[in-house]
Design a binder for this molecule. Structure first.
Ligand code: EPU
Length: 333
């Protein structure tokens, strides 16, 4: 069922005003394939929407916006362990909490990340020392051009830091319909990041870890239900070793993470913060006052204004530190 001139302002966590020329939310695989066939027949440009939590929408999206609505998940016991199957529209955070409550380990460090399961592999969601790629076994998808179904293994997904094949070669070419994740009843807490260990007993349950992660996130990150945002607006930049050494000589407290390839990952939030921009507001947008990596929308702003504001933040960091910041949320349309 197609809706014309469908408002998407509430369907993106930045709260940017947007209208879809046509919109459909197929609740079955067959309905999804039908919608894709219709778009092909009419040559409509297609945009696939998940939870809208990592997306910058334009004022109008022409063609067809598809928001998969298949939202079942289930467990499968295999000889070599337990798998979770989660369809595209399952809320990621709800799934993480349901698994943690059952004592299933694997996803607990990724609690409270907003968005749908179907979008999780695109940017390879990551937090507190764990990335989706660490527990993902397979991704089911449908190709847009011919409606063909395929199953990709984790290695086909080419996961990297906030990166995957879905941002590269497969960008705009498929709809993710289901994830298959590996989980375990064996306790395996990963508490190495930040002050996570300090908040927990030495042998926590999966649920305790998930709840500690939620508590840390709530302290720093704005709730999109009350303040528009898309989480981190920039990726943590990778600079070469020489550049990192020069910066560290001048700023010994700069948080930095050496990578296996010799490059060094820097904390973009620290760089923005040290430019004096934390809490800076101009017009309808601002830098969050508790986490400078998050840009917030106070309401009434436009996509152009947001991009201009973000450009100004990046320009200040470049001037002060010579570091180029790359945007993290993707632009649609
Ligand atoms: N920092 C500051 N000032 C700030 C923000 C950060 O000095 O305003 C410093 C912190 O004190 C810390 C360092 O920068 O020493 C890193 O900060 P934090 O641990 O908060 O993590 P982050 O690098 O800012 C990344 C992810 C988050 C994820 C956290 C925890 C990216 C782009 N962001 O943020 O992911 O939750 O680590 O793992 O990699 C998201 O992608 O939307 C997101 C929220």
């Amino acid at each position: 069922m197609l809706h014309a001139d469908h408002p998407l302002t509430d369907a993106n966590t930045l709260g940017l005003p947007c209208v879809a020329e046509r919109y459909a939310a197929p609740a079955t695989l067959d309905a999804l394939r039908e919608a894709l066939a219709l778009a092909r027949r009419h040559d409509w440009p297609l945009t696939v929407l998940g939870g809208g939590s990592n997306l910058i929408l334009p004022a109008r999206l022409p063609g067809l916006v598809l928001q998969p609505a298949m939202a079942q998940w289930w467990l499968e016991e295999r000889d070599d362990g337990i798998r979770v199957h989660a369809e595209a529209a399952v809320e990621w955070h709800a799934l993480v909490m349901a698994l943690a409550k059952r004592g299933l380990w694997g996803a607990e460090n990724l609690a409270l990340i907003p968005g749908h399961c179907g979008a999780a592999p695109i940017q390879n969601i990551g937090a507190y020392g764990v990335e989706l790629g660490d527990l993902l076994e397979a991704v089911h998808l449908v190709y847009l051009d011919d409606g063909r179904e395929a199953v990709l293994s984790a290695s086909d997904c080419a996961f990297g830091y906030r990166d995957s094949v879905f941002k590269g070669a497969l960008s705009g070419r498929m709809v993710i319909t289901r994830l298959v994740l590996r989980v375990s009843t064996e306790p395996r807490p990963r508490l190495g990041y930040g002050d996570l260990a300090g908040r927990l007993d030495p042998a926590p349950t999966a649920l305790e870890v998930a709840e500690a992660v939620c508590a840390i996130r709530r302290e720093k990150l704005p709730d999109p239900a009350t303040l528009g945002n898309a989480g981190s607006f920039f990726k943590n930049p990778l600079v070469d070793g020489e550049h990192a050494r020069r910066l560290l000589a001048e700023h010994p407290d700069l948080p930095h993470f050496p990578q296996p390839d010799g490059r060094v990952k820097l904390a973009a939030g620290w760089l923005i913060d040290r430019c004096g921009l934390k809490g800076w507001r101009r017009g309808h947008f601002g830098v969050h006052d508790r986490q400078a990596l998050v840009l917030v929308h106070f309401g009434g702003g436009s996509t152009e204004e947001l991009l201009g504001f973000a450009g100004e933040v990046a320009a200040r960091v470049r001037e002060r530190f010579g570091v180029v910041l790359e945007r993290e949320p993707r632009r649609a349309g």
